[in-house]
Design a protein around this ligand. Structure first.
Ligand code: ASP
Length: 337
């Protein structure tokens, strides 16, 4: 990549008010031909992450990739930023608790060889994505849950911490007054972070981390740690990830289906759209659909990307060499929020 660098530009990073140095390539250098004649499109590497907190995550992942860190570790570092940020109330430290006041975390990670690691219903460990990576690296398993996952994390050197911040505890106590379970979705900066990366060679990697739905039943696990639901990739085809009501995404094997539709020739946006519409249809016999929001992001092997959600308000952060790190609004099906 460095050999093709023509000049340096500063890319504004919107809401975070910081800037990062991105290198640009000349338009004449846009597409390069490999010896076998295959064309490598210009927009690799590329990172796409859900929601506004994706900007800071992308920035860190991009920085890591530029220093030669492998994409899996770069994802762990990138999504580790919102995990550690108490202002992000839907991921890691500061995440909103379940109805018993417990912060329970879910995460998974998957690489271009389809190796994956996942943890769910993990308590007291700030960085579930890093534990998921350890499951991938150091166990013969894919998924570990609850107390077993925590014991594994401790044996790997993670330390136990209280993840319930004063703010989140206050919010929980307010909720307790009415104790009405209603999924809170689609509020900017408050949702799962899913990140997909295509590296300079066109290999795909993904990760996903969340504290799940606020005020969920104790023990509830959503789509985010489930390979095929919250995240899926096939390095021959593309990668996809979800946000929104996890139950709806699990029922439809959402991310796996988006990848399969890309395999059949749909663009990333078309594939996301078809699954969102399928989810809507499958729920059309439910009395009240106002609770339902789902959104997907996807990227294909050519580095094309897109997203689609049921309702307006979903956005994602995209970072590449040409255009820097920026927010893009997702296309959506329904007009009303
Ligand atoms: N999909 C997550 C879950 O259901 C929550 C979210 O993305 O807001 O746990």
């Amino acid at each position: 990549m460095s050999g093709r660098r023509g000049f340096i530009k500063k890319a504004a990073i919107g809401t975070f008010g910081v800037s990062t140095v991105f290198s640009c390539i000349n338009s004449s250098e846009k597409d390069t031909k490999k010896a076998n004649g295959e064309t490598i499109p210009q927009n690799k590497p590329l990172i796409i992450s859900t929601w506004n907190h994706g900007l800071a995550a992308n920035e860190e992942t991009w920085r890591q990739l530029q220093t030669g860190v492998n994409p899996l570790d770069a994802i762990v570092a990138g999504v580790g930023i919102p995990e550690a940020d108490p202002k992000v109330r839907s991921v890691g430290y500061g995440g909103l608790p379940d109805r018993e006041g417990k912060v329970t975390l879910d995460a998974c990670i998957m690489d271009s060889n389809s190796d994956c690691g996942s943890v769910s219903f993990l308590q007291g460990i700030k960085h579930p994505i890093a534990v998921a990576k350890k499951v991938l690296d150091n166990t013969p398993h894919v998924m570990m849950v609850g107390e077993g996952a925590k014991q594994f994390a401790l044996s790997e050197g993670f330390k136990e911490e209280n993840l319930l911040t004063d703010e989140s505890e206050k919010a929980w106590k307010n909720w307790l007054e009415k104790s009405k379970y209603q999924p809170v979705i689609n509020i900017e900066n408050h949702d799962t972070i899913s990140m997909l990366v295509i590296d300079a060679e066109g290999n795909l990697t993904g990760g996903c981390t969340t504290s799940g739905a606020a005020w969920k039943m104790h023990g509830r696990v959503g789509d985010s740690p489930i390979i095929g639901a919250g995240l899926f990739l096939d390095n021959d085809v593309g990668a996809a990830a979800a946000t929104g009501l996890g139950e709806a995404v699990i029922r439809t094997a959402g991310s796996a289906m988006v990848v399969e539709l890309m395999r059949q020739g749909k663009s990333p946006t078309e594939a996301c759209k078809e699954i969102v519409e399928r989810i809507y249809k499958k729920h059309s016999n439910h009395k009240d659909l106002t609770y339902l929001q789902v959104g997907f992001i996807a990227i294909n092997k050519q580095g094309e990307y897109g997203g689609y959600s049921l309702r307006p308000g979903f956005n994602y952060a995209v970072c590449d060499e040409i255009n820097g790190n920026r927010m893009e609004k997702s296309a959506f099906k329904m007009k009303n929020k």
